[in-house]
Design a protein around this ligand. Structure first.
Ligand SMILES: [Fe+2]
Length: 201
């Protein structure tokens, strides 16, 4: 991927704090911007994992968890149609819609090496942790005859140590993301398997 540095680290307008998108509006953008079903599923999976983490691990109320879900579901919204402006287009769209800056900045944080925005808040750190790992775990599930059923953490750990498996997933990004939080990799993998296994398009 080309370096897509956004050239800024502040997003949205603080007066819009608290403005989120409804489920319908979020899925409307997803379906309009992302024709590729596999990518749509990835985004819905990241959204589901983000929301579950907010509710269960951060003890946040539903309206806060909704922000985590929106950021997760829309983080790759412009990847398919605008690969050269990935992240920039969806950020500008959400700024135009006057959405909470916390949601916009979280989307901008899902690839610090590419977008040049360092995760600071817990929501920002977790999208970075979940993004690559969620995709990796789904790739691992797809090659199993029973998919997610019976899938264990150990087998995912083994695949992470096999560079030829899902080679496009950068292991150093996963390590970097994990180094910013206090939860061990095994726990994160287990959480992702549990929360994304039943997500359907
Ligand atoms: Fe992603």
């Amino acid at each position: 991927m080309a370096i897509l540095s956004l050239g800024r680290t502040d997003f949205g307008n603080p007066v819009n704090t608290g403005n989120t998108l409804s489920e319908e509006e979020t899925l409307g953008i997803l379906n309009e911007w992302v024709p590729n079903e596999r990518l749509r599923l990835h985004m819905l999976q990241v959204g589901a994992v983000m929301k579950a983490w907010a509710l269960e691990q951060e003890d946040l109320p539903p309206d806060e968890a909704q922000k985590w879900w929106v950021a997760g579901v829309l983080h790759d919204a412009d990847w398919e149609k605008y690969p050269d402006s990935h992240c920039r287009m969806i950020i500008e769209e959400l700024e135009k819609r006057e959405i909470d800056p916390a949601i916009i900045r979280t989307i901008a944080c899902h690839g610090p090496r590419y977008f040049g925005v360092e995760p600071e808040t817990s929501m920002e750190k977790m999208i970075y942790v979940f993004d690559e790992l969620s995709g990796f775990i789904h790739a691992a599930a797809l090659i199993r005859p029973t998919r997610y059923e019976g899938m264990d953490v150990k087998s995912v750990m083994k695949k992470l140590k096999t560079p030829s498996f899902a080679a496009q997933v950068d292991r150093t990004d996963i390590e970097d993301a994990l180094s910013r939080i206090g939860t061990p990799l095994e726990e994160i993998i287990s959480f992702i398997i549990e929360k994304q296994k039943d997500v359907k398009i």
